[in-house]
Write a protein of this length. Sequence first.
Length: 68
Amino acid sequence: MANTNSYKKLVPEAMDSLDRFKYEVANEVGVNLKNGYNGDISAKDAGRIGGNMVKKLIQQAESQMIGR
């Protein structure tokens, strides 16, 4: 079985920004995240956070492509 912590972060400097973004999105969708471990939230709530993060990142990328 693969070690899930063995992946490389392509841009380690982005981790803080992505973490702040995660909390911002969680707040927007009404999921209360606490600092540190959040393994007690439901898969549904985790999916809502991740799904909305991806949606917003895609929207941002598309708007930058249109602006060129």
